[in-house]
Design a protein around this ligand. Sequence first.
Ligand code: SF4
Length: 109
Amino acid sequence: MTILKCSAVKCVYNKEELCSKGGIDVVGENATSANETSCGSFQERQEGSVTNSFTNGCGCEKIQIDCKAHNCTYNDNCKCTASSIQVDGSNAHESSDTKCDTFQCHCGA
Ligand code: SF4
């Protein structure tokens, strides 16, 4: 499995830059650059909600990644084969504000 580091700290699943969701969906079917990808599992944390049922899981280092960005070198049948990836989105409020920074296009090379 892939090691995921994620800077989208406003996401309900984010635990100290690790993801507690257990598996995520990366989207960007026609992406040719990292900016065109995003984490489809991002969900903004609602300020003021005291309990948060999503965050009782661990912030696990390794995570299952389904990825639609099939132009990426690391994509094998919609699974990510990179040993580690970085998802960016320190100011993200919605899914489209995030991106897989590790995306590398094998297009046009
Ligand atoms: S590295 Fe490539 S295959 Fe892996 S999640 Fe990012 S865009 Fe998808």
